[in-house]
Design a protein around this ligand. Structure first.
Ligand code: NAP
Length: 525
């Protein structure tokens, strides 16, 4: 597939605005071709088309929509090696990682196809009329969930496939019945265009209205702001920085009609090393921890950025093993010069903090934007006294916090901001010590895991990739897994409507076609 650098607005390919190029973060070299920058006129056209497409697309039957999602997955796979090669050049991520990410992207689309076919996302409910009820008759009330409207999606830099143009936000919005306008991440415009064309081809071959999908490229905050401000956009999906997410929440809240922004922003993913586990396998834990920390240059929203444990010889063994593993770790290229600069500034701030000591650095790197990993240590009093010590440093940096007691660990958990994950390393003898910690962690995190590491997020039905602020802007939701579809739906009920006027799925003749709850009792097909 040729990459043209054009903006994709429905069926049209548009050249506009000043041009920009992708940069190979490993070499600093720019990569052809020139890409157009969308402005207000392109935002206007994409949103108008999306609004035009909404009624027809949101009422497509479940089979049509599921087939559309599967066609996108197949089209992305058909792009072959060219897609992962382009993504690697634009992101510095290795081909093997991106090949896995492509599988995850296609898998996510197919998961949402299965969710759409199953039909329970519509949450059909029927409370039939009871004309004889005393003192007043009960009306017939039926409910379904409907799509919110056109959704703006902001692709993330750190997953150029799985959290970008055809990532989880797009897949779940399309599954819900919402047209999508993507604001492509400027770090990987060629990858974005290839995937965007794959989606557009699926729109065409499935006979859907062209406005179901558009891709606006451009390296400017004005573009994202204009998109979120457009009155035809009814919800936003975002993954990126806290500052970026909050800026969009602010814009969305000040609209004449405020809209929900589902922003996944920052998390430091605390790990609690419980005493028996630390005693029994401190060295192995130290080594495994570094494996999780340096993976992908630490550029994961689930990177383990804080470790809490009781001070003593077992923690010393953990720290020594971690330091040895870190010293040997090679420096991987970071996604963009900006991310590398932010990482260095975060590491410099910890280095200059007199209450924090450097444990070890990883190896330096030969590439332009190499991430030299860093591990620091502090004590619980310093941690509790300085809010900055729980700021996200996006990249391979982590801080060990030495605690005096289990109660200190509990106080630390209470002191934490909202998180995507909280990890417990525990043995059987730790169960009673963990019990009082759990209610605190439930209030702080979207996912609590035992004896694993937070990096690596399964895409399935039970996954929660969300959490209280600042992990996300809305703790009631997840951006990964099938429940992500709920973000783009709202309930509508119909009271005493004649059968002929009801949405098809709620008519009496459709009983048994899709799962529905009748008088509170779930009836499956
Ligand atoms: P970002 O700066 O937040 O940008 C993400 C997207 O949002 C880009 O398309 C960007 O457009 C847009 N955007 C950002 N601020 C905006 C604003 N004020 N108004 C309108 N649009 C805005 O994230 P990034 O470039 O991926 O990485 C930068 C930092 O984000 C990292 O250092 C890291 O701290 C954090 N990050 C976190 C995660 C996570 O999973 N939690 C993932 C990636 C990055 P433009 O670039 O065109 O302005």
């Amino acid at each position: 597939m040729d990459i043209t650098g054009e903006i994709l607005i429905g069926n049209a390919s548009v050249s506009a605005g000043e041009t920009f190029r992708a940069v190979n973060p490993a070499t600093g070299a720019t990569i052809e071709p020139d890409f157009s920058s969308a402005g207000p006129s392109e935002v206007e056209k994409a949103c108008a088309l999306a609004a035009d497409a909404f009624d027809a697309y949101s009422e497509t039957d479940t089979e049509t929509r599921a087939t559309f999602l599967e066609t996108i997955a197949a089209n992305i796979e058909a792009l072959g090696d060219a897609l992962v090669e382009r993504a690697s050049a634009e992101s510095g991520l290795p081909l093997a990682r991106l090949t896995g990410e492509r599988g995850r992207t296609a898998g996510q689309l197919r998961l949402f196809a299965s969710v759409v076919r199953a039909g329970d996302f519509l949450e059909l409910r029927v409370d039939p009329a009871q004309p004889e009820r005393k003192p007043a008759p009960r009306p017939d009330i039926r409910q379904r969930h409907v799509a919110l409207g056109p959704v703006a999606v902001f692709g993330a830099s750190n997953f150029p496939l799985a959290f970008s143009v055809a990532g989880g936000d797009t897949a779940s919005a399309l599954a819900a019945g919402c047209p999508v306008v993507v604001k492509g991440h400027p770090a990987h415009p060629g990858t974005s265009e290839m995937v965007g064309r794959a989606i557009r081809d699926a729109v065409k071959s499935c006979g859907l209205p062209e406005g179901v999908f558009s891709l606006l490229t451009g390296p400017s905050k004005e573009l994202g702001g204009a998109l979120v401000s457009d009155p035809r956009i009814k919800a936003v999906g975002f993954t990126g920085s806290r500052a970026g997410g909050l800026a969009l929440v602010d814009i969305a809240g000040k609209r004449r009609e405020p809209i929900p922004v589902y922003a996944e922003m920052s998390s430091v993913n605390p790990v609690f090393l419980m005493p028996a586990a630390l005693e029994a396998r401190g060295e192995a834990l130290g080594k495994a921890f570094i494996g999780s920390l340096v993976m992908g240059a630490g550029q994961f929203c689930t990177n383990p950025g804080l470790v809490f444990a009781l001070e003593g010889p077992a923690l010393d063994r953990f720290t020594a093993a971690a330091a040895t593993a870190l010293k040997d770790s090679t420096a991987a290229t970071m996604l963009t010069p900006g991310i590398n600069a932010a990482y260095k500034a975060g590491v410099d701030a910890l280095t200059g903090n007199e209450k924090v000591s450097l444990v070890e650095r990883g190896q330096g790197g030969a590439t332009e934007n190499a991430c030299q990993a860093a591990l620091f240590v502090t004590d619980i009093d310093a941690f509790l006294a300085d809010e900055r010590l729980q700021d996200e440093i996006f990249g391979a940096s982590s801080l060990i916090v030495r605690c005096r007691s289990i109660d200190d660990m509990r106080r630390a958990a209470q002191h934490l901001e909202g998180q995507l994950t909280a990890t417990l390393q525990l043995d059987e003898a730790d169960v009673e010590a963990v019990r009082p910690l759990l209610p605190v962690l439930e209030k702080r995190a979207g996912r609590i895991l035992a004896n694993g590491w937070p990096t690596g997020v399964e895409v399935n039905h039970a996954m929660v990739h969300g959490g209280p602020y600042p992990a996300t802007s809305d703790s009631r939701t997840t951006s990964v897994g099938s429940l992500a579809i709920r973000r783009f739906l709202r309930p509508v009920c119909y009271q005493d409507l004649p059968d002929a006027l009801l949405p098809k799925a709620l008519r009496e003749s459709e009983a048994g076609a899709l799962p529905r709850r009748v008088d509170g009792i779930l009836q499956t097909r």
